[in-house]
Design a binder for this molecule. Structure first.
Ligand code: URA
Length: 461
């Protein structure tokens, strides 16, 4: 089975078999298939799409490229959350310590910036010394000791996602339901969680531009989770404007710390509390929404969520004084420039992907695989949807050092805000809750992911 044959079959809109998908993924992971060949295959998948069986086969192959972390020796329900990608969405940095401070174990495997969206790994690595690359043993030890670990894909766990994710980031092959679902679910299933809350973003800054597409992505992911014995719940949330006020790595870490201290922008806090409460309800028997929200508020108020974040930073080699003096510890940008409203009125539509793209151009993300991130670069948002503005008032401030694309970034950002004469109707942050998808009843505890990996369901290929 040669890779060019697999690429041309997908190019010609033929359905790939599980064996073909497995050969491509494992071949790429092993280094036998080149970046340019995988790029061509990803583009063919992007253009032609992947059906449910192809997506399941891709998820399986990506898991099979490494090992599945066995967390059965760690007591309690292990619960994670994952977002499908947004602008300014640094909620994981708050949610992981907050939920762990409530006693629920949080194994969190996340990604880097992808396309115009930011990534938790890049954000955390803006803390000097912070290591996201933990070996499986170290990851398990940290989960036992601290109750939470935030890691990236490794050469042992989800290595295919690590490579394919980096390639999709720079080849315009991100916005494909099958590729996103397999990328997210392979990481989540390989990290060893029992339950998962998915934050499926919808809107101008999301990969899914409409609620209908977001629901479709949620359905594919929840079905995969259930098939692998993991309880999954999904929320469709709004991404028609950046979440919070900060976009960019250091800036978002500073905002997350402020939120752990009890402050933070209202929309950001609200999403943190919503997602974290769902995680508590999955992780603590008999926990209802009211008691979950009360518990979360207590852990912020009494400082234990912040203390847990400090524990994570220390455990993963970072400088925990970032918590007390973030402005001294986090990398900074030397320059700032405001983007101002040309006319007065109300902020209507914000092209949120454009805000993300501008942030990448300023150096906060990668345009090529080998690009080095500028952790201090980014954008602070001053005016959001529905806000009243006067002509000349700053809408956002760019933070930058020496990006070659500064003027392009400024132009993109200037074009992102639409000012209208009429106040627009408000956006609803939490749009839909897609209820729990429980593990398939036909499959007992003993047939978790490895069972499915070795025995595809009949009629699938
Ligand atoms: N998050 C992921 O982990 N993968 C994607 O493809 C998109 C968002």
């Amino acid at each position: 089975m040669h890779i060019t044959g697999i690429i041309s079959r997908k190019r010609d809109n033929l359905r790939l078999t599980a064996d073909e998908i497995r050969a491509a993924v494992l071949g790429y992971s092993a280094g036998d298939i080149t970046d340019y060949q995988m790029s061509a295959l990803l583009m063919a998948c992007f253009i032609r799409g992947l059906d449910d069986n192809e997506t399941l086969a891709l998820t399986r192959a990506m898991i099979e490229s490494g090992e599945i972390a066995d967390l059965s020796g760690i007591a309690g329900v292990k619960v994670d959350k994952h977002s499908t990608g947004g602008v300014g969405d640094g909620t994981s940095i708050v949610i992981a310590p907050l939920v762990a401070a409530c006693g629920v174990v949080v194994p969190m495997m996340c990604g880097r910036g992808l396309g115009h969206t930011g990534g938790t790994l890049d954000k955390l690595e803006s803390i000097p010394g912070f290591r996201t690359h933990l070996q499986v043993d170290e990851y398990k030890r940290q989960l036992e000791k601290t109750g939470v670990a935030i890691i990236g894909q490794t050469d042992a766990v989800a290595p295919a996602d690590k490579k394919m994710y980096a390639l999709r980031d720079v080849t315009a092959t991100v916005e494909c339901i099958g590729l996103i679902a397999a990328s997210i679910m392979s990481k989540k299933l390989a990290e060893g969680c029992d339950a998962l809350v998915l934050d499926v973003k919808s809107g101008s800054g999301a990969f899914m531009k409409s609620d209908a597409l977001a629901r479709q992505l949620a359905r594919v992911m929840t079905n995969i989770g259930a098939g692998f014995g993991v309880t999954v719940e999904a929320l469709i949330t709004d991404m028609n404007q950046p979440l919070g006020m900060a976009v960019g790595n250091s800036l978002e870490v500073a905002q997350a710390i402020e939120t752990l201290k009890g402050g933070g922008p209202a929309d950001f806090r609200s999403l943190v509390f919503t997602l974290a409460s769902r995680m508590l309800m999955l992780g603590i028997k008999g926990c209802d929404e009211r008691s979950a929200l009360d518990m979360l508020a207590d852990k912020i108020r009494d400082g234990s969520a912040l203390k847990k974040f400090a524990e994570i930073i220390v455990a993963q080699g970072g400088d925990s004084s970032v918590i007390d003096v973030p402005e001294r510890i986090l990398p900074k940008a030397l320059n700032r420039r405001n983007i101002c409203a040309k006319t007065g009125g109300f902020v209507g539509r914000i092209d949120t992907a454009a805000v993300g793209r501008a942030s990448v151009m300023l150096g906060a993300g990668r345009l090529r695989k080998e690009d080095v991130i500028d952790y201090g670069a980014g954008i602070m948002i001053h005016r959001k949807h529905g806000d009243c503005v006067t002509a000349g008032e700053p809408l956002a401030t760019m933070y930058y050092n020496r990006p070659p694309m500064l003027e392009d970034a400024a132009a993109v950002l200037e074009g992102a805000w639409r000012i209208s004469r009429k106040r627009p109707s408000p956006l609803r942050l939490i749009k839909t809750l897609i209820p729990l998808t429980l593990p398939s009843p036909s499959r007992g505890e003993d047939t978790k992911a490895p069972g499915l990996l070795s025995s595809p369901r009949r009629g699938e290929d």
